[in-house]
Write a protein that binds this ligand. Structure first.
Ligand code: ADP
Length: 504
Protein backbone atom coordinates (compact mmCIF):
# COMPACT_ATOMS: atom_id res chain seq x y z
CA UNK A 1 0.00 0.00 0.00
CA UNK A 2 1.17 3.52 -0.63
CA UNK A 3 1.09 5.54 2.53
CA UNK A 4 1.79 9.09 3.35
CA UNK A 5 2.00 10.95 6.61
CA UNK A 6 2.13 14.26 4.89
CA UNK A 7 -0.55 16.78 5.70
CA UNK A 8 -0.32 18.07 2.16
CA UNK A 9 -3.39 16.65 0.60
CA UNK A 10 -4.54 16.10 -2.94
CA UNK A 11 -1.17 15.06 -4.28
CA UNK A 12 0.11 12.35 -1.93
CA UNK A 13 2.22 10.03 -4.02
CA UNK A 14 4.63 8.19 -1.72
CA UNK A 15 4.97 4.70 -3.14
CA UNK A 16 6.39 2.92 -0.12
CA UNK A 17 5.20 0.11 2.05
CA UNK A 18 7.06 -0.56 5.25
CA UNK A 19 9.97 1.39 3.82
CA UNK A 20 10.12 -0.72 0.65
CA UNK A 21 9.33 0.55 -2.81
CA UNK A 22 6.16 -1.02 -4.08
CA UNK A 23 6.55 -3.29 -7.14
CA UNK A 24 5.46 -1.81 -10.44
CA UNK A 25 1.78 -2.20 -11.30
CA UNK A 26 0.91 -5.24 -13.30
CA UNK A 27 -0.58 -3.18 -16.07
CA UNK A 28 -1.21 0.44 -16.66
CA UNK A 29 -4.58 1.04 -18.22
CA UNK A 30 -3.83 4.63 -19.13
CA UNK A 31 -0.92 3.38 -21.20
CA UNK A 32 -2.84 0.36 -22.46
CA UNK A 33 -5.73 2.33 -23.93
CA UNK A 34 -5.38 5.01 -26.58
CA UNK A 35 -7.58 8.06 -25.95
CA UNK A 36 -11.14 7.56 -27.17
CA UNK A 37 -12.80 10.94 -26.85
CA UNK A 38 -16.49 11.30 -27.60
CA UNK A 39 -17.04 14.04 -30.20
CA UNK A 40 -18.57 17.13 -28.68
CA UNK A 41 -19.75 18.78 -31.91
CA UNK A 42 -23.18 17.18 -31.48
CA UNK A 43 -23.83 19.83 -28.85
CA UNK A 44 -24.49 23.49 -29.61
CA UNK A 45 -24.43 25.70 -26.55
CA UNK A 46 -25.96 29.14 -26.97
CA UNK A 47 -23.76 31.98 -25.75
CA UNK A 48 -26.58 33.16 -23.50
CA UNK A 49 -29.72 31.36 -22.40
CA UNK A 50 -32.76 32.63 -20.56
CA UNK A 51 -35.17 31.02 -18.12
CA UNK A 52 -37.87 28.77 -19.54
CA UNK A 53 -41.15 30.34 -18.45
CA UNK A 54 -44.63 29.83 -19.89
CA UNK A 55 -43.26 27.82 -22.79
CA UNK A 56 -40.64 30.35 -23.87
CA UNK A 57 -37.03 31.24 -23.15
CA UNK A 58 -36.99 34.65 -21.49
CA UNK A 59 -34.36 37.01 -20.07
CA UNK A 60 -34.28 37.53 -16.32
CA UNK A 61 -36.30 40.55 -15.22
CA UNK A 62 -33.17 42.39 -14.09
CA UNK A 63 -31.10 41.25 -17.07
CA UNK A 64 -28.57 39.44 -14.87
CA UNK A 65 -26.73 36.31 -15.94
CA UNK A 66 -23.86 34.08 -14.82
CA UNK A 67 -21.30 31.86 -16.50
CA UNK A 68 -21.31 28.10 -16.41
CA UNK A 69 -17.95 26.42 -16.91
CA UNK A 70 -16.52 23.05 -17.83
CA UNK A 71 -14.93 21.88 -14.55
CA UNK A 72 -12.44 19.68 -16.44
CA UNK A 73 -10.94 22.64 -18.33
CA UNK A 74 -12.29 25.75 -16.56
CA UNK A 75 -13.50 26.98 -19.96
CA UNK A 76 -16.66 29.05 -20.05
CA UNK A 77 -19.42 27.11 -21.81
CA UNK A 78 -22.00 29.89 -21.86
CA UNK A 79 -24.08 32.30 -19.82
CA UNK A 80 -27.45 31.61 -18.28
CA UNK A 81 -30.02 33.90 -16.69
CA UNK A 82 -29.63 34.62 -12.98
CA UNK A 83 -33.04 34.22 -11.41
CA UNK A 84 -34.46 36.89 -9.10
CA UNK A 85 -37.51 36.73 -6.84
CA UNK A 86 -39.42 38.43 -9.66
CA UNK A 87 -38.44 35.70 -12.14
CA UNK A 88 -39.50 33.02 -9.66
CA UNK A 89 -42.82 34.80 -9.15
CA UNK A 90 -43.42 34.96 -12.87
CA UNK A 91 -42.68 31.23 -13.22
CA UNK A 92 -44.96 30.31 -10.31
CA UNK A 93 -47.79 32.37 -11.84
CA UNK A 94 -47.30 30.65 -15.20
CA UNK A 95 -47.38 27.25 -13.48
CA UNK A 96 -50.56 28.18 -11.58
CA UNK A 97 -52.31 29.35 -14.74
CA UNK A 98 -51.29 26.19 -16.62
CA UNK A 99 -52.47 24.05 -13.69
CA UNK A 100 -55.89 25.64 -13.50
CA UNK A 101 -56.60 26.17 -17.17
CA UNK A 102 -54.95 23.21 -18.87
CA UNK A 103 -53.11 20.47 -17.00
CA UNK A 104 -55.62 19.65 -14.26
CA UNK A 105 -58.39 19.51 -16.86
CA UNK A 106 -56.59 17.16 -19.23
CA UNK A 107 -57.67 13.49 -19.22
CA UNK A 108 -55.01 11.43 -17.42
CA UNK A 109 -54.23 9.33 -20.49
CA UNK A 110 -53.40 12.53 -22.39
CA UNK A 111 -50.93 13.55 -19.67
CA UNK A 112 -49.34 10.14 -20.08
CA UNK A 113 -48.94 10.66 -23.81
CA UNK A 114 -46.88 13.81 -23.24
CA UNK A 115 -44.60 11.91 -20.88
CA UNK A 116 -44.15 9.05 -23.34
CA UNK A 117 -43.26 11.62 -25.98
CA UNK A 118 -40.68 13.32 -23.72
CA UNK A 119 -39.13 9.93 -22.94
CA UNK A 120 -38.85 9.04 -26.62
CA UNK A 121 -37.26 12.38 -27.55
CA UNK A 122 -34.78 12.00 -24.68
CA UNK A 123 -33.79 8.63 -26.11
CA UNK A 124 -33.46 10.07 -29.61
CA UNK A 125 -31.26 12.89 -28.35
CA UNK A 126 -29.42 10.74 -25.78
CA UNK A 127 -25.91 11.35 -27.09
CA UNK A 128 -26.40 15.11 -27.11
CA UNK A 129 -27.59 15.02 -23.49
CA UNK A 130 -24.74 12.73 -22.40
CA UNK A 131 -22.06 14.95 -23.95
CA UNK A 132 -23.60 18.12 -22.53
CA UNK A 133 -23.90 16.56 -19.07
CA UNK A 134 -20.22 15.60 -19.09
CA UNK A 135 -19.16 19.03 -20.39
CA UNK A 136 -21.11 20.99 -17.79
CA UNK A 137 -20.73 18.67 -14.79
CA UNK A 138 -17.39 16.89 -15.30
CA UNK A 139 -18.71 13.34 -14.99
CA UNK A 140 -17.30 10.64 -17.28
CA UNK A 141 -19.17 10.14 -20.54
CA UNK A 142 -19.51 6.45 -19.65
CA UNK A 143 -21.59 7.44 -16.64
CA UNK A 144 -23.71 10.10 -18.35
CA UNK A 145 -24.21 7.90 -21.42
CA UNK A 146 -24.96 4.63 -19.59
CA UNK A 147 -26.58 5.83 -16.38
CA UNK A 148 -27.86 9.40 -16.27
CA UNK A 149 -29.54 9.74 -19.64
CA UNK A 150 -31.09 6.24 -19.99
CA UNK A 151 -32.39 6.41 -16.41
CA UNK A 152 -33.86 9.88 -17.01
CA UNK A 153 -35.72 8.60 -20.08
CA UNK A 154 -36.78 5.50 -18.12
CA UNK A 155 -38.30 7.69 -15.39
CA UNK A 156 -40.49 9.55 -17.86
CA UNK A 157 -41.45 6.25 -19.45
CA UNK A 158 -42.26 4.63 -16.10
CA UNK A 159 -44.40 7.50 -14.79
CA UNK A 160 -46.12 7.92 -18.16
CA UNK A 161 -47.55 4.46 -17.55
CA UNK A 162 -48.94 5.48 -14.15
CA UNK A 163 -50.73 8.64 -15.33
CA UNK A 164 -54.05 6.94 -16.09
CA UNK A 165 -53.78 4.22 -13.44
CA UNK A 166 -53.62 6.31 -10.29
CA UNK A 167 -56.93 4.86 -9.08
CA UNK A 168 -55.17 1.52 -8.76
CA UNK A 169 -52.09 2.78 -6.96
CA UNK A 170 -53.71 3.38 -3.57
CA UNK A 171 -56.11 0.50 -3.05
CA UNK A 172 -59.27 2.16 -4.32
CA UNK A 173 -58.74 5.48 -2.53
CA UNK A 174 -59.29 8.58 -4.64
CA UNK A 175 -56.43 10.89 -5.48
CA UNK A 176 -56.05 14.50 -6.55
CA UNK A 177 -52.99 16.46 -7.66
CA UNK A 178 -51.46 18.85 -5.15
CA UNK A 179 -51.14 21.86 -7.51
CA UNK A 180 -47.90 23.72 -8.25
CA UNK A 181 -44.62 22.09 -7.23
CA UNK A 182 -41.38 24.01 -6.61
CA UNK A 183 -38.47 21.66 -7.26
CA UNK A 184 -34.84 22.35 -6.38
CA UNK A 185 -32.12 19.99 -7.52
CA UNK A 186 -28.37 19.53 -7.02
CA UNK A 187 -25.46 19.21 -9.45
CA UNK A 188 -24.51 15.55 -9.13
CA UNK A 189 -27.14 14.11 -11.52
CA UNK A 190 -28.50 17.24 -13.21
CA UNK A 191 -30.74 15.68 -15.88
CA UNK A 192 -31.63 12.61 -13.86
CA UNK A 193 -32.67 14.68 -10.84
CA UNK A 194 -34.82 16.85 -13.12
CA UNK A 195 -36.49 13.67 -14.43
CA UNK A 196 -36.94 12.31 -10.88
CA UNK A 197 -38.74 15.49 -9.94
CA UNK A 198 -40.70 16.30 -13.09
CA UNK A 199 -41.93 12.88 -14.24
CA UNK A 200 -43.98 11.89 -11.16
CA UNK A 201 -45.21 15.47 -10.65
CA UNK A 202 -46.52 15.71 -14.21
CA UNK A 203 -47.96 12.19 -14.29
CA UNK A 204 -50.04 12.99 -11.22
CA UNK A 205 -51.38 16.22 -12.72
CA UNK A 206 -49.23 18.90 -11.08
CA UNK A 207 -47.37 21.73 -12.77
CA UNK A 208 -43.78 22.61 -11.91
CA UNK A 209 -41.15 25.26 -11.39
CA UNK A 210 -37.70 23.67 -11.44
CA UNK A 211 -34.47 25.28 -10.19
CA UNK A 212 -31.34 23.47 -11.42
CA UNK A 213 -28.03 23.81 -9.56
CA UNK A 214 -25.89 26.82 -10.45
CA UNK A 215 -22.94 24.75 -11.67
CA UNK A 216 -24.99 22.47 -13.96
CA UNK A 217 -27.89 24.33 -15.59
CA UNK A 218 -27.35 23.26 -19.20
CA UNK A 219 -29.07 19.87 -19.49
CA UNK A 220 -32.18 21.24 -17.75
CA UNK A 221 -32.33 23.98 -20.40
CA UNK A 222 -31.86 21.38 -23.14
CA UNK A 223 -34.69 19.43 -21.54
CA UNK A 224 -36.79 22.60 -21.89
CA UNK A 225 -36.18 22.36 -25.66
CA UNK A 226 -37.39 18.76 -25.52
CA UNK A 227 -40.55 19.90 -23.72
CA UNK A 228 -41.16 22.40 -26.53
CA UNK A 229 -40.52 19.67 -29.09
CA UNK A 230 -43.05 17.46 -27.28
CA UNK A 231 -45.60 20.32 -27.45
CA UNK A 232 -46.06 20.29 -23.70
CA UNK A 233 -48.57 23.09 -22.99
CA UNK A 234 -46.87 26.38 -21.93
CA UNK A 235 -46.42 26.84 -18.19
CA UNK A 236 -46.73 23.16 -17.25
CA UNK A 237 -42.96 23.09 -16.64
CA UNK A 238 -40.97 26.26 -15.94
CA UNK A 239 -37.23 26.35 -15.34
CA UNK A 240 -35.55 29.20 -13.51
CA UNK A 241 -31.75 29.15 -13.32
CA UNK A 242 -29.77 30.74 -10.52
CA UNK A 243 -28.00 30.30 -7.20
CA UNK A 244 -29.12 29.57 -3.64
CA UNK A 245 -31.09 32.81 -3.37
CA UNK A 246 -33.16 31.81 -6.41
CA UNK A 247 -33.81 28.44 -4.74
CA UNK A 248 -34.73 30.19 -1.50
CA UNK A 249 -37.19 32.47 -3.32
CA UNK A 250 -38.83 29.41 -4.86
CA UNK A 251 -38.86 27.30 -1.70
CA UNK A 252 -40.51 30.05 0.35
CA UNK A 253 -42.92 31.29 -2.34
CA UNK A 254 -46.45 31.36 -1.04
CA UNK A 255 -47.91 30.46 -4.43
CA UNK A 256 -46.60 26.89 -4.45
CA UNK A 257 -48.28 23.90 -2.86
CA UNK A 258 -45.33 21.56 -2.67
CA UNK A 259 -41.56 21.82 -2.29
CA UNK A 260 -39.38 18.94 -3.43
CA UNK A 261 -35.71 19.39 -2.62
CA UNK A 262 -32.61 17.28 -3.15
CA UNK A 263 -29.35 18.64 -1.80
CA UNK A 264 -27.41 19.23 1.39
CA UNK A 265 -28.88 18.58 4.82
CA UNK A 266 -28.03 22.15 5.84
CA UNK A 267 -30.09 23.72 3.01
CA UNK A 268 -32.84 21.12 3.50
CA UNK A 269 -33.25 22.21 7.12
CA UNK A 270 -33.38 25.85 6.08
CA UNK A 271 -36.10 25.05 3.54
CA UNK A 272 -38.04 23.15 6.17
CA UNK A 273 -38.10 26.32 8.28
CA UNK A 274 -39.05 28.74 5.51
CA UNK A 275 -41.36 26.76 3.21
CA UNK A 276 -44.98 27.88 3.20
CA UNK A 277 -46.17 25.02 1.00
CA UNK A 278 -48.43 22.32 2.51
CA UNK A 279 -46.25 19.49 1.21
CA UNK A 280 -42.52 18.93 1.47
CA UNK A 281 -40.15 16.15 0.48
CA UNK A 282 -36.44 16.31 1.25
CA UNK A 283 -33.73 14.03 -0.08
CA UNK A 284 -30.58 15.02 1.75
CA UNK A 285 -27.16 13.70 2.58
CA UNK A 286 -25.81 10.25 3.25
CA UNK A 287 -22.86 8.36 4.71
CA UNK A 288 -23.50 4.88 3.42
CA UNK A 289 -21.69 1.88 4.86
CA UNK A 290 -20.53 -0.88 2.57
CA UNK A 291 -20.30 -3.94 4.82
CA UNK A 292 -17.96 -6.64 3.57
CA UNK A 293 -18.07 -10.08 5.22
CA UNK A 294 -15.21 -12.54 4.95
CA UNK A 295 -17.45 -15.04 3.15
CA UNK A 296 -18.23 -12.80 0.18
CA UNK A 297 -16.74 -12.83 -3.32
CA UNK A 298 -13.97 -10.36 -2.52
CA UNK A 299 -13.14 -9.31 -6.08
CA UNK A 300 -16.79 -8.59 -6.74
CA UNK A 301 -16.95 -6.57 -3.52
CA UNK A 302 -13.94 -4.51 -4.61
CA UNK A 303 -15.76 -3.63 -7.85
CA UNK A 304 -18.82 -2.68 -5.81
CA UNK A 305 -16.73 -0.50 -3.50
CA UNK A 306 -15.05 1.22 -6.46
CA UNK A 307 -18.40 1.74 -8.15
CA UNK A 308 -19.90 2.99 -4.90
CA UNK A 309 -17.36 5.69 -4.08
CA UNK A 310 -15.00 6.39 -6.98
CA UNK A 311 -17.07 6.33 -10.14
CA UNK A 312 -18.86 9.63 -10.46
CA UNK A 313 -16.16 11.20 -8.24
CA UNK A 314 -18.09 10.25 -5.10
CA UNK A 315 -20.63 12.90 -6.06
CA UNK A 316 -23.51 10.70 -5.00
CA UNK A 317 -25.60 11.16 -1.87
CA UNK A 318 -25.88 7.38 -1.55
CA UNK A 319 -22.12 6.86 -2.17
CA UNK A 320 -20.57 4.00 -0.20
CA UNK A 321 -18.25 6.36 1.63
CA UNK A 322 -17.66 4.10 4.65
CA UNK A 323 -16.20 0.64 4.21
CA UNK A 324 -16.80 -1.77 7.08
CA UNK A 325 -14.71 -4.86 6.50
CA UNK A 326 -14.59 -8.03 8.58
CA UNK A 327 -11.26 -7.97 10.37
CA UNK A 328 -10.06 -11.36 9.09
CA UNK A 329 -10.11 -10.18 5.44
CA UNK A 330 -9.09 -6.57 6.01
CA UNK A 331 -5.53 -6.89 4.71
CA UNK A 332 -6.50 -8.97 1.67
CA UNK A 333 -9.30 -6.62 0.74
CA UNK A 334 -7.17 -3.53 1.18
CA UNK A 335 -4.45 -4.99 -1.04
CA UNK A 336 -7.04 -5.67 -3.75
CA UNK A 337 -8.51 -2.20 -3.35
CA UNK A 338 -5.06 -0.65 -3.53
CA UNK A 339 -4.30 -2.52 -6.75
CA UNK A 340 -7.63 -1.52 -8.21
CA UNK A 341 -7.44 2.19 -7.48
CA UNK A 342 -4.03 2.36 -9.13
CA UNK A 343 -5.71 1.22 -12.37
CA UNK A 344 -8.49 3.82 -12.29
CA UNK A 345 -8.19 6.39 -15.04
CA UNK A 346 -8.76 9.94 -13.85
CA UNK A 347 -9.05 12.50 -16.61
CA UNK A 348 -10.95 13.84 -19.60
CA UNK A 349 -14.66 13.24 -18.88
CA UNK A 350 -15.35 12.92 -22.60
CA UNK A 351 -12.89 10.05 -22.99
CA UNK A 352 -14.73 6.73 -23.03
CA UNK A 353 -11.92 5.09 -21.03
CA UNK A 354 -12.21 7.52 -18.14
CA UNK A 355 -13.34 6.11 -14.80
CA UNK A 356 -13.21 9.27 -12.72
CA UNK A 357 -13.94 12.71 -14.11
CA UNK A 358 -13.53 16.21 -12.75
CA UNK A 359 -14.77 17.44 -9.40
CA UNK A 360 -17.85 19.51 -10.12
CA UNK A 361 -16.58 22.88 -8.91
CA UNK A 362 -13.66 24.67 -7.33
CA UNK A 363 -15.55 25.09 -4.08
CA UNK A 364 -16.42 21.38 -3.92
CA UNK A 365 -12.76 20.52 -4.49
CA UNK A 366 -11.83 22.83 -1.62
CA UNK A 367 -14.37 21.05 0.60
CA UNK A 368 -12.94 17.65 -0.31
CA UNK A 369 -9.41 18.86 0.36
CA UNK A 370 -10.47 20.15 3.78
CA UNK A 371 -11.73 16.65 4.58
CA UNK A 372 -8.50 15.03 3.36
CA UNK A 373 -6.68 17.33 5.73
CA UNK A 374 -9.11 16.49 8.54
CA UNK A 375 -8.55 12.76 8.01
CA UNK A 376 -4.80 13.20 8.33
CA UNK A 377 -5.21 15.45 11.38
CA UNK A 378 -7.46 12.85 13.01
CA UNK A 379 -4.61 10.34 12.74
CA UNK A 380 -5.96 8.23 9.85
CA UNK A 381 -3.61 6.87 7.20
CA UNK A 382 -4.17 8.32 3.75
CA UNK A 383 -3.70 6.25 0.58
CA UNK A 384 -4.15 7.69 -2.89
CA UNK A 385 -3.83 6.83 -6.53
CA UNK A 386 -0.38 7.69 -7.81
CA UNK A 387 -1.58 8.81 -11.22
CA UNK A 388 -0.75 12.30 -12.35
CA UNK A 389 -3.80 14.53 -12.35
CA UNK A 390 -4.54 16.98 -15.18
CA UNK A 391 -3.11 20.46 -14.60
CA UNK A 392 -6.18 22.50 -15.46
CA UNK A 393 -9.60 21.94 -13.96
CA UNK A 394 -10.67 20.49 -10.61
CA UNK A 395 -9.37 17.03 -9.75
CA UNK A 396 -9.03 14.72 -6.79
CA UNK A 397 -7.12 11.44 -6.78
CA UNK A 398 -9.17 8.46 -5.59
CA UNK A 399 -8.38 8.18 -1.90
CA UNK A 400 -8.98 5.85 1.01
CA UNK A 401 -8.14 6.16 4.66
CA UNK A 402 -7.32 3.23 6.93
CA UNK A 403 -7.11 3.23 10.70
CA UNK A 404 -10.23 5.39 10.87
CA UNK A 405 -11.95 5.91 14.21
CA UNK A 406 -15.72 6.04 14.14
CA UNK A 407 -15.63 9.50 15.63
CA UNK A 408 -13.36 10.87 12.92
CA UNK A 409 -14.87 13.61 10.77
CA UNK A 410 -14.22 11.61 7.61
CA UNK A 411 -16.29 8.75 9.06
CA UNK A 412 -19.17 10.95 10.16
CA UNK A 413 -19.59 13.80 7.67
CA UNK A 414 -20.60 13.70 4.04
CA UNK A 415 -17.56 14.56 1.90
CA UNK A 416 -19.13 14.22 -1.56
CA UNK A 417 -15.83 13.25 -3.14
CA UNK A 418 -13.84 10.11 -4.06
CA UNK A 419 -12.79 9.49 -0.45
CA UNK A 420 -13.39 6.25 1.43
CA UNK A 421 -13.09 5.70 5.19
CA UNK A 422 -12.15 2.10 6.03
CA UNK A 423 -13.07 0.55 9.38
CA UNK A 424 -13.27 -3.04 10.63
CA UNK A 425 -15.72 -5.23 12.55
CA UNK A 426 -15.69 -8.73 14.05
CA UNK A 427 -19.37 -9.72 14.36
CA UNK A 428 -22.53 -8.90 12.41
CA UNK A 429 -23.86 -7.07 15.49
CA UNK A 430 -20.81 -4.84 15.54
CA UNK A 431 -21.22 -4.19 11.81
CA UNK A 432 -24.85 -3.14 12.29
CA UNK A 433 -23.99 -0.90 15.20
CA UNK A 434 -21.22 0.81 13.26
CA UNK A 435 -23.29 1.09 10.07
CA UNK A 436 -26.12 2.75 12.01
CA UNK A 437 -23.75 5.03 13.91
CA UNK A 438 -24.37 8.06 11.71
CA UNK A 439 -26.82 10.92 11.60
CA UNK A 440 -27.72 9.79 8.07
CA UNK A 441 -29.63 6.78 6.79
CA UNK A 442 -29.94 6.89 3.03
CA UNK A 443 -28.30 3.72 1.77
CA UNK A 444 -25.97 0.82 2.58
CA UNK A 445 -24.45 -2.28 1.01
CA UNK A 446 -23.90 -5.81 2.29
CA UNK A 447 -21.46 -8.27 0.75
CA UNK A 448 -21.83 -11.88 1.83
CA UNK A 449 -22.40 -15.34 0.43
CA UNK A 450 -25.15 -16.04 2.97
CA UNK A 451 -28.69 -14.98 2.12
CA UNK A 452 -29.79 -15.44 5.73
CA UNK A 453 -27.15 -12.96 6.87
CA UNK A 454 -28.44 -10.41 4.39
CA UNK A 455 -32.00 -10.65 5.73
CA UNK A 456 -30.87 -10.51 9.34
CA UNK A 457 -28.80 -7.41 8.69
CA UNK A 458 -31.53 -5.77 6.61
CA UNK A 459 -34.07 -5.92 9.38
CA UNK A 460 -31.80 -3.97 11.71
CA UNK A 461 -30.20 -1.45 9.41
CA UNK A 462 -31.52 2.10 9.43
CA UNK A 463 -31.08 2.94 5.76
CA UNK A 464 -33.69 3.64 3.08
CA UNK A 465 -32.00 1.47 0.45
CA UNK A 466 -29.78 -1.54 1.16
CA UNK A 467 -28.04 -3.22 -1.76
CA UNK A 468 -26.90 -6.84 -1.40
CA UNK A 469 -23.82 -7.95 -3.34
CA UNK A 470 -24.12 -4.92 -5.58
CA UNK A 471 -24.16 -1.16 -5.14
CA UNK A 472 -25.69 1.99 -6.66
CA UNK A 473 -28.29 0.16 -8.70
CA UNK A 474 -31.33 2.18 -9.66
CA UNK A 475 -34.62 1.48 -11.30
CA UNK A 476 -37.56 3.85 -11.74
CA UNK A 477 -39.86 1.25 -10.16
CA UNK A 478 -38.04 1.10 -6.84
CA UNK A 479 -38.43 3.82 -4.22
CA UNK A 480 -35.47 5.81 -2.91
CA UNK A 481 -35.21 7.93 0.23
CA UNK A 482 -33.76 8.09 3.69
CA UNK A 483 -34.05 7.82 7.44
CA UNK A 484 -32.95 10.41 10.00
CA UNK A 485 -31.08 13.41 8.57
CA UNK A 486 -31.15 11.93 5.08
CA UNK A 487 -34.60 13.44 4.74
CA UNK A 488 -38.12 12.20 4.32
CA UNK A 489 -40.47 11.14 1.59
CA UNK A 490 -39.69 8.64 -1.14
CA UNK A 491 -38.96 9.17 -4.81
CA UNK A 492 -39.36 6.49 -7.46
CA UNK A 493 -41.87 3.69 -7.81
CA UNK A 494 -45.48 3.91 -6.70
CA UNK A 495 -44.21 5.57 -3.48
CA UNK A 496 -43.01 8.48 -5.60
CA UNK A 497 -46.59 9.12 -6.76
CA UNK A 498 -47.78 9.69 -3.20
CA UNK A 499 -45.39 12.63 -2.87
CA UNK A 500 -47.39 14.52 -5.51
CA UNK A 501 -50.95 13.52 -4.63
CA UNK A 502 -53.60 14.20 -2.03
CA UNK A 503 -54.80 10.68 -1.23
CA UNK A 504 -58.34 10.73 0.18
P1 ADP B 1 -24.61 20.99 -2.48
O1 ADP B 1 -23.95 21.22 -1.17
O2 ADP B 1 -24.71 19.59 -2.89
O3 ADP B 1 -24.19 21.94 -3.55
P2 ADP B 1 -26.89 22.53 -1.91
O4 ADP B 1 -27.90 22.07 -0.91
O5 ADP B 1 -26.05 23.70 -1.58
O6 ADP B 1 -26.10 21.24 -2.26
O7 ADP B 1 -27.58 22.84 -3.31
C1 ADP B 1 -28.61 22.06 -3.87
C2 ADP B 1 -29.57 23.00 -4.57
O8 ADP B 1 -30.15 23.87 -3.61
C3 ADP B 1 -28.93 23.88 -5.63
O9 ADP B 1 -29.84 24.03 -6.70
C4 ADP B 1 -28.75 25.19 -4.89
O10 ADP B 1 -28.73 26.33 -5.73
C5 ADP B 1 -29.99 25.22 -4.02
N1 ADP B 1 -29.90 26.05 -2.82
C6 ADP B 1 -28.78 26.46 -2.17
N2 ADP B 1 -29.11 27.21 -1.10
C7 ADP B 1 -30.47 27.26 -1.06
C8 ADP B 1 -31.44 27.86 -0.19
N3 ADP B 1 -31.08 28.56 0.88
N4 ADP B 1 -32.75 27.67 -0.46
C9 ADP B 1 -33.14 26.93 -1.51
N5 ADP B 1 -32.29 26.36 -2.38
C10 ADP B 1 -30.97 26.51 -2.16
Amino acid sequence: MSKTKTTKTGSAQVPHENGRTRPALRFDRAAAYAPAPEASDIVTIKARQGHFIDGEFVESAEGNSFETINPATEEVLGEVAKGSAEDVDRAVKAARKAYEKVWSKLPAAERGKYLFRISRILQERAREFAVLESLDGGKPIRESRDVDVPLAAAHFFYYAGWADKLDFAFGGRTTAPIGVAGQIIPWNFPLLMAAWKLAPALATGNTCVLKPAETTPLTALLLAEVLQQADLPPGVVNIVTGFGDTGAALASHKGIDKVAFTGSTEVGKRIQRTAKARHLTLELGGKAANIVFADCALDQAVEGIVNGIYFNQGHVCCAGSRLLVEESVHDRLIQKLEDRIQTLIVGDPLDKNTDIGAINSKSQLATIQRYLQAGVEDGCEIHQSRRTLPKKGFWCAPTYFTGVAQSSRIAQEEIFGPVLAVMTFRTPEEAIEKANNTMYGLSAGIWTDKGSKIFKMLSQMRAGVVWANTFNKFDPASPFGGYKESGYGREGGAHGLAAYLEVK
